[in-house]
Ligand binder design. Sequence first.
Ligand SMILES: O=C1O[C@H](COP(=O)(O)O)[C@@H](O)[C@H](O)[C@H]1O
Length: 270
Amino acid sequence: MAKNRGELRIHESVDELRTDLADYVAELSEASVKERGVFAIALSGGSLIGLMGKLCEAPYNKTVDWSKWYIFWADEHVVAKNHADSNYKLAKDGLLSKVVPAIHRYRVPIVPSHVHSINDSVSAEEAADDYEFVIRQLVKTRVVSVSEISDCPKFDLILLGLGPDGHIASLFPNHSALNEREEWVTFITDFPKPPPERITFTLPVINSASNVAVVVTGESKAESVHLAIGDVGPDGPLIPARMVQPAMGKLVWFLDKLAASKLEDSNLNK
Ligand SMILES: O=C1O[C@H](COP(=O)(O)O)[C@@H](O)[C@H](O)[C@H]1O
C-alpha cells in the first residue's frame, strides 16, 4: 500500500465486511458519545447503505445510542426527498427507519431533528449554500466539532463509497469541484453519472474529519481501489479517492476480496 493510505481491512466475504463495518461504526459512536455527548456522522449513498444494514440488527440496534446521532450526507443528489435517486430516501428506507423504538427499553431512537437532509425545493447552488449554513450553525454549538488546523467542521465519521471511475461523494475525476478550498459544501450540475445535479462535501471537509471510512465491494471497483491506495508511481492518475488523506484523522478502507483483487501482494503484507 502506498504511504499514508490508512488502514486496510480486507474481508473474505461481504457478510464479514458488513459485521466489521457495524462493529466499527458502533465503536466510534460509543467513543464519540462518551467524549462529546454526540456522534456527528456523514453518510454517502449507493451500496454503502446496504452494507451498513447490520446496525439495525442485534446487538447494535440495542447498544448504539441512536438518540445522540446527528446525521448528515457527504453528498446528495438534488432531487425530491421521495425520489428514487435521493440519498436521504435510500438511508431512510434502508437504515434510519429500521432503528425502531419498540425494541429499545432504555434508548430512544434517532431524533428526526438530528437528521440533516438537504433542502430539496431549491437549485443545486442554493441547496449547497443552505447545507453549509446548517453545518455552520451546528459547528457554532459544537454539535459538529471544528478542526484544530483549519476552520473546517470535524465530523466524527464520514462514510464514503467509491465509484468504478474513482469518484467519492460527488467528487468526480478531473472536475473543478476537486479544487474547491473555501466552501465546505459545493454543487455540481454536470455529474457524469445520473442524476447530474448534486451537492457534495469538499475535500477540505472530508480531510478534516476525525475518521473517514471508504467502503468498497466487487470486482468492478478493483481498478479504482488499486488507483486509490496501490503503488501507482509518481505519474499515476490522481483519482479523487486518492485525495482522501485526513490531516489529523484516521482513514480506514473496508474492502471485500474482489475489490482488493488488483492490489499488489506487497500492499497486502504491510
Ligand atoms: O454517485 C454516487 O456513487 C457513489 C458510489 O456508489 P456505489 O453504489 O458504487 O457504492 C456513492 O458513494 C455516492 O454517494 C453517490 O452519490
